[in-house]
Every structure is written in C-alpha cells, then in structure tokens.
Design a protein. Sequence first.
Length: 328
Amino acid sequence: MSNTPPATDRPEGSIGELGEFAVIDRITAGTTMTGSVELGPGDDAAVVTTPDGRVVISVDMLVDGVHFRSDWAGHEQIGRRAALAAMSDIAAMGAVPTGLVVAVAAPPSLPAERMLELGRGLSAAAAEAGAALVGGDLTRADALSLAVTVIGDLRGVRPVRRSGARAGDVVAVTGRLGWAAAGLTVLSRGFRSPAALVNAYRVPEPPLAAGPVAAASGATSMVDVSDGLLADLGHVAHASGVAINIRSASLQVHPRLVEVAAALGRDPLDWVLTGGDDHALAATFPHGATLPPGWEAIGSVGVPGDLGPVVTVDGAVREGAGGWDHFG
C-alpha cells in the first residue's frame, strides 16, 4: 500500500527553507516498496534481493538545459523521464529493473513542491515497471540534475550484449522512433503542439518489458536507442565487428511525423534515424527466427567491407551525424 501524502499536503517555500532531510523524508514517504526490497529508505544503504545471483547495474545522468528543460516540462514529468531512460538500459541487457537510487542536485531556491513532484515522478515510473525507489542523495547546485542508478535482475537468462551480432542476423526494433526528436524540434520552434509529439519528448514510453522477452527469444545483441538509431546500432556494429544495413522502406514513419515535418520543412526520416530520447530497443536475431510480438524487422547484419564495421541505409552511408554526441 502506498504511503503517498494526500494532495493537500503541499509544503510551502523552497527546499532550502524546508531543509535537506525534511525534503528527503517527504519524498520517501511516498515511495512503495516491492517484494525484491529487503530494506528501503531510512538507513545508510538499501538492501535489494538478487534471486538470480547476478546484479545488472547502470547509471544515467540528466542535467537541466542539456537533457531536459524545466520550462518545457513539469517536474513530475522530468522525474518520470529520468527513471524511464535509466531503466531502458537495464531492459536492453535483457533484465528486469528492481531498484532505483537517485542523486539529485538542485538550487536551494527550487520550490519544495517541485522537488516532491520530481520524487513522485521517479517513484511512479519505477513502480509501474515493477521496481522501487530505494534511496538516494540530495545536494545543492546551480542547476537541477539527476543521476539515476538502476539495478536489475536477469532472472536466469544470459545478458544480451552489444557484441553478439553475427552476419546473417536480422535487425529489428520495438518502440517509437522519431517522436521525441520531432517533439524537441517543435518545442525549439516555440510551439507546444502537437501534444502527442511534445509529450513524447517530455516523457518517453520505452518498451521495458520487451527487453527480457527478446533475451528469452534468442536475441544475439541489443541496445537502447537513446542517442539515435544509426548511432546506437553503430555501437553494435563496432562491438560485434559487423556491417549493418537498414532498409528505409521497413521503418515505420507515423503520419503525424510526416505532417509536422512538412510544416517545418524537415525530413521525417531524419528524426527516425537519428533522433534519440524515445528509448526504443534495437536488437539482432538469428536468421529465420520468429520475432517476439511488437518487434519489426528493419534490416540485416553482414560482413564488414572496406569501410569496416559500419551502419548503412539502403546500402549507403548516410551523410551527417547519426545521433546525439555530448562532445561531438
């Protein structure tokens, strides 16, 4: 049963006025534990059971003005986005997220209610995935940032790595592609609609459950599409020492993307191929294998030629960046 405080329990003032430990107490009062949590918030560390005997762990950092803008999204949306983006990396290994630890840095002037909204978003997204927010840290900084560490359970399957793709494999994806990138473009132009695209940028809908299903179905490699389909499949190509070719005709470009791209003078395929933040999953499967429900074949894996490990589109290297690079 959730211990979420009633909606009328809204703290006044800033987090600096309320104080670090009072803020933490308010946030943790609204968290719901799962069966895998032996000890939740309240001690120096949490204890989460690992029935598989192996721990899958990943960390993701989000910074205001880089990964999100707090004037474009509510703090509950920011919390949801942070948790979902971090858990997608666990799903890409074929694992199930079980616990989240979050370190937050924020200006002391941030209203306390905004911080509680952030916590509600983190906790809700974790709970919906069957995980729990089990602890964290809070400190002061000039800008809001979150570092979300997720632990996961493989439940007896092997981890699906980026290095397992082999010539002859089929490349497939599940989840949305291009929606968040289109939403970012819309927001950057000063618009707030279409709401479906803008909301896709604010809060992604990663297919978390599809990762473990793909692992159980024999996926040879898998990756979270956080920076762009071409960029992230590029990681698979280099790690596996293969060439990957994408068939553009096999990519689903939603009519809404086409409509907005026409209005903004953009090519919707650019969003699909190079846009991240939707956190779709891309994987390779053995030739002839039956793809799990929700997965669509979009290409094939081959032997690298003169260009070495590379990702091509319709047999040609696509000009321009393949996705987001923080230092590129």
